[in-house]
Ligand binder design. Structure first.
Ligand code: IPM
Ligand code: MG
Length: 359
């Protein structure tokens, strides 16, 4: 089979980590007899520099013509919040999610066996294991609501961001969560702020309706502040966590930290029809860009998610994940995950070792 992949290398360390992920795809192709072709897509700060806007015309169409999208990272201080919206990388990221209809963002946070010591929590907590899947709604809520800024007569400027959710939007993300839970440990924790927000009360009622449809899946409601606390108290209790856009943004960073390194965690954004988009959870890390220091593993594991969810190549996905675990087991570390006293290897060497292990 030939698969066509849109490559959004992006800013900062993006090009370096995507480079290694492509090498891994090539290694998968050689081993399993697939071929991959690539379409370069310009998006982010680099697009602003090249053509004056972070989301050039035709970006979504280019991506839709591919089977999946791989994104490195976008953003950087050069294109900060003082710049007009069309020049900011974040605008492009939100636009592509919306235009491709990628309403489900899957962010697994698992403590990899070789990395158990990296868990910043108590040893007893780490020993219980951490393996959760954060399912974040990605195309609704406050991220996409109306924004306003206006002068008041007596209180200076005022700003407002509208948060709205429809039953349709809640139901489709909820269904994803329950379906995923069926393939895992059969538990869904739905996170909301139903003691305050109307959107959360609607969220909860839709989730309850779905829970009845999935009697084989254990279900619980959890308030978002409690969830933030439980994630550091006892993350082992979670299997699938489903939540709205902004809560998911915040909780997924927290969940990634408890596993030891944000440099290891992949993500998948999927919709119903358009190609899925796969990207590491970490940002563009401009401070270490171009220095062969970035950890390519999160992007390589994003490729594994692409193989699994977009191409239904489970065996190939397992092989990539096993290769990563084997290299970590052998003690190889990039700087971000190196224990004191361990000599770190660079981005390229980490990629090469994983490819070698795969072969
Ligand atoms: C993420 C990021 C983005 C988000 C930013 C860069 C707009 O934090 O993917 O989690 O908030 O969704
Ligand atoms: Mg975030």
């Amino acid at each position: 089979m030939n698969y066509k992949i849109a490559l959004i290398r992006g800013d900062g360390i993006g090009p370096e980590v995507v480079g290694e992920a492509v090498n891994v795809l090539e290694a998968v192709g050689r081993k399993f007899g697939h071929s991959f072709t690539y379409e370069e897509v310009l998006l982010g700060g680099c697009a602003t520099d090249a053509v004056g806007k972070s989301y050039p015309d035709g970006t979504a169409e280019k991506c839709k013509a591919c089977d999946a999208v791989l994104l490195g990272a976008v953003g950087g201080p050069k294109w900060g919040s003082d710049k007009p919206a069309e020049q900011r990388p974040e605008t492009a990221l939100l636009a592509i999610r919306k235009d491709l209809g990628l309403y489900a963002n899957l962010r697994p946070a698992a403590l990899r066996p070789a990395m158990a010591d990296a868990c910043p929590l108590k040893k007893e907590t780490a020993e219980k294991g951490i393996d959760l899947m954060m399912v974040r709604e990605l195309t609704g809520g406050i991220y996409f609501g109306q924004r306003e800024k206006y002068e008041t007569p007596d209180r200076g400027m005022e700003a407002a961001d509208r948060m709205a959710y429809s039953e349709m939007e809640i139901e489709r993300i909820g269904r994803r969560a329950f379906e995923l839970a069926r393939l895992r440990r059969k538990k869904v924790s739905s996170v909301d702020k139903a003691n305050v927000l109307e959107t959360s009360r609607l969220w909860r009622s839709v989730m309850h309706r779905l829970a009845e449809e999935y009697p084989d899946v254990a279900y619980e409601d959890m308030l978002v502040d409690n969830c933030a606390m439980q994630l550091v108290r006892d993350p082992g209790q979670f299997d699938v966590v489903v939540t709205e856009n902004m809560f998911g943004d915040i909780l997924s960073d927290e969940a990634s930290m408890v596993t030891g390194s944000i440099g290891l965690l992949p993500s998948a954004s999927i919709g119903d029809t358009a190609p899925g988009l796969y990207e590491p959870i970490h940002g563009s890390a401009p401070d270490i860009a171009g220095q062969d220091k970035a950890n390519p593993i999160a992007t390589i594991l994003s490729v594994a998610m692409m193989l699994r969810y977009s191409f239904h190549l489970a065996e190939e996905a397992d092989a990539v994940e096993r290769a990563v675990d084997a290299v970590l087991d052998q003690g190889w570390r990039t700087a971000d995950i190196a224990e004191p006293g361990v000599t770190a290897i660079g981005t390229k060497e980490m990629g090469r070792l994983i490819c070698q292990q795969l072969a």
